[in-house]
Design a protein around this ligand. Structure first.
Ligand code: ADP
Ligand code: DAR
Length: 342
């Protein structure tokens, strides 16, 4: 394994922090699951346009390769090595009013969390047999869900391309073939052991074995953030009765990508902001002030369409679920006000 040389134009956190000294200190280490530095940095070495450039193979990765991971985590999340993550998803005393009661701006609202099962390696190095075992354990629990959450599981294997494309275009299913995930080993044996669970009106979904082993999603048309979040919490309370998730006292919920540590929660709205789209300085000042991030309408690495943007909380680690929800709630309120007066 040789020290990777990055072109000067590379801007990933990997290229910023992987010094030759650090490389030499970490290159021969291996976690109990056999995960190495080479595996951790492969995506960022093969995809020079990565923003982060590293993935973990298991919870131990975050400790064994901490000299590299902690620098990236501190820079991206503002979360120093001496900090401890705290979780809190109790919003009973929060008065989140409907953000857009006339439906003039917000098309839809979605809140998702990433989860990985305790006792399994992450998707980057999980074996095919382990992935099938994990899928079965998760599906057995999801099939027990009752009431509004009741639904069906649809394995990707055997799902027609037409059905997959329809679910992806309707924003319900994950896209395939992300080259960053491919390099990290997360697409191995595709589409085996992958699938989607959803309730009958598609307001509750669970992706199985994509970037994380579960992406637990609540979503609906309109801007009722409180209702969307409460549905997610109801689902988490039920699922956590039966499944143990990988959780660190320091880093919160363990995720494949360091950007999703902590709450592993992304709360987003699809929102139409034609005036702010033409006032990008004002737009970006609000995004920065409220710790938000902008994606395109088809998710990560896509573009906005017709001045519709995916706006979500950027902070996931070092804030509780409630604080992250406050970010998106207050940020969207400010965006709508700015759009209204523009
Ligand atoms: P993730 O949210 O899991 O990190 P992406 O950003 O790629 O992944 O989004 C996954 C899918 O969810 C995409 O199809 C995207 O269009 C859809 N999506 C995200 N936010 C919303 C939203 N507020 N309303 C409807 N669909 C959404
Ligand atoms: N594409 C990788 C990951 C960035 C964060 N997005 C995730 N985890 N989906 C990169 O390093 O750019």
């Amino acid at each position: 394994m040789t020290y990777p040389t990055f072109p000067p134009s590379t801007t990933s956190y990997l290229s910023k922090y992987l010094t030759k000294e650090l490389f030499e200190a970490l290159k021969d280490k291996k976690t109990v699951n056999g995960f190495t530095l080479d595996m951790a940095i492969k995506s960022g070495v093969e995809n020079l346009d990565s923003s982060i450039g590293v993935y973990a193979g298991d919870e131990e990765s975050y400790e064994l390769f901490a000299p590299l991971f902690d620098k990236i985590i501190e820079d991206y999340h503002g979360f120093g090595a001496n900090k401890r993550h705290k979780s809190d998803r109790d919003i009973h005393n929060k008065s989140y009013k409907e953000l857009d009661s006339k439906g003039e701006y917000i098309l839809s609202t979605r809140v998702r969390v990433g989860r990985n099962l305790a006792g399994f390696p992450l998707g980057t190095i999980i074996s095919k047999e382990q992935r099938y075992e994990l899928e079965q354990r998760v599906v057995d629990v999801l099939k027990e869900l009752k009431g509004e959450l009741e639904g069906e599981y649809y394995p990707l294997m055997g799902m027609s391309r037409e059905t997959q494309n329809r679910l992806i275009n309707d924003h319900f299913l994950f896209k395939e073939g992300d080259r960053f995930l491919e390099s990290a080993g997360l697409n191995r044996d595709w589409a085996e052991g992958r699938g989607i669970f959803h309730n009958y009106n598609k307001t509750f979904l669970v992706w199985v074995n994509e970037e994380d082993q579960l992406r637990i999603i609540s979503m609906q048309k309109g801007g009722n953030l409180k209702e969307v979040f409460e549905r997610l919490v109801t689902a988490l309370d039920a699922i956590e009765q039966k499944l143990s998730f990988s959780y660190s006292e320091r880093l919160g919920y363990i995720s494949s990508c360091p950007t999703n540590l902590g709450t592993a929660m992304r709360a987003s709205v699809h929102i139409k902001l034609p005036k702010l789209a033409n006032n990008i300085d004002k737009f970006n000042s609000i995004i920065k002030k409220y710790h938000l991030q902008i994606r395109g309408v088809d998710g990560e690495h896509t573009q906005s369409k017709g001045a519709v943007f995916d706006i979500s909380n950027r902070r996931r680690l070092g804030v509780t679920e409630v604080e992250a929800l406050d970010d998106i709630y207050s940020g969207v309120e400010a965006l709508i006000e700015a759009e209204r007066v523009s």
